[in-house]
Design a protein around this ligand. Structure first.
Ligand SMILES: C[S@@+](CC[C@H](N)C(=O)[O-])C[C@H]1O[C@@H](n2cnc3c(N)ncnc32)[C@H](O)[C@@H]1O
Length: 230
C-alpha cells in the first residue's frame, strides 16, 4: 500500500471537489458525465467505482442505475470515503476500504467498473498500473465493461506546452490556497505532465489482459476516456 499517497488524501478531502471544479472550470463534472454515457449495458447487476474518493462518479452511477443495479465504491482513504458516504446518493451505495491491487471481491463479480482521475495517483509505474488493471479485470465479469477517465497528453505539441504551463502555474497555488496543503498539490501537479498519452495507456490496459480498448480525447487531449469489454 502506498502510504505517502494515503497520507496525502488525509489533507485535502473537504476541499477536493471545489479545487477540481475551479481548476477545470467545472469541466470535470461534464467529463464524468461523458464517462458514464459510455456505459453499454445499463442493466448490469453490479457496478463498482474504484478509487472513488469523495464519490462523485459513484454518485453519478447511482443516479444512472436502474432499480436492478447495485452500486459499490471502494478506496483506500477513509477520510475521502467518509465524505462520499455523506452524499445524498451515499445510502444507496455499498462502500468498502481497499487497496486497488487487492480488491475484496471474488473473481467475475461486476458488470461495470469505473475509475476516474485516480489511475495517475495509483502510480505512474507501468508494472504497478498493469497489476492494478489486472486486478480490476479479475473482478469484472466476462462481457463486463471497464471505463477509465484520466488526464492525458494533448497530441499537439503547441497545446501540450500550454496545458503543462497551466498545470505548472495554477495547480499548486490554487490547490494550496483552497485546501491549505502545498505538498498535496505539488505532488498532484507533478504527475500530470509525466502521465501517459492515450495510446500508451491503451497499450498498458491491453497488457493487463483486456483485448480491445477504445478511447476518446477530451479538451484536445487534456483528458481521455478509455473503455474496454472483458
Ligand atoms: C484524485 S482522487 C480521485 C477520486 C475520484 N475518483 C474522483 O473522480 O474525483 C484519487 C483517489 O484514489 C485513491 N487511491 C489512490 N491510490 C489508491 C490505491 N492504491 N488503492 C486505493 N485507492 C487509491 C485516493 O485515496 C483518492 O481518493
Amino acid at each position: 500500500m502506498n502510504s505517502a499517497i494515503q497520507k496525502l488524501y488525509t489533507q485535502i478531502p473537504s476541499t477536493y471537489e471545489l479545487v477540481n471544479h475551479l481548476l477545470t472550470f467545472g469541466m470535470d463534472i461534464w467529463w464524468r458525465r461523458s464517462a458514464i454515457k459510455k456505459i453499454e449495458n445499463q442493466y448490469g447487476v453490479r457496478w463498482l467505482d474504484v478509487c472513488t474518493g469523495t464519490g462523485e462518479t459513484a454518485a453519478n452511477l447511482s443516479k444512472q442505475a436502474n432499480n436492478g443495479n447495485q452500486v459499490f465504491a471502494t478506496d483506500f482513504s477513509l477520510p475521502m470515503i467518509s465524505l462520499a458516504k455523506k452524499k445524498p446518493e451515499g445510502n444507496r451505495i455499498k462502500f468498502s476500504i481497499s487497496e486497488i491491487k487487492n480488491l475484496p471481491f471474488p473473481d467475475n463479480t461486476f458488470d461495470l467498473i469505473t475509475i476516474s482521475f485516480a489511475t495517475r495517483n495509483i502510480d505512474i509505474n507501468r508494472q504497478i498500473l498493469i497489476q492494478s488493471f489486472t486486478e480490476i479485470r479479475r473482478v469484472l465479469k466476462s462481457g463486463g465493461q471497464f471505463i477509465n477517465l484520466e488526464t492525458s497528453q494533448p497530441k499537439s505539441l503547441f497545446i501540450r506546452y500550454f496545458f503543462h504551463l497551466y498545470v505548472k502555474i495554477f495547480i499548486r497555488p490554487i490547490g494550496k490556497a483552497v485546501s491549505g496543503s502545498k505538498s498535496a498539490y505539488t505532488y498532484l501537479a507533478s504527475t500530470i505532465p509525466k502521465f501517459y498519452h492515450a495510446e500508451e495507456l491503451k497499450q498498458i490496459i491491453i497488457e493487463s489482459g483486456f483485448q480491445t480498448v477504445e478511447y476518446q480525447h477530451l479538451l484536445f487531449g487534456a483528458a481521455a476516456i478509455h473503455s474496454s469489454i472483458k
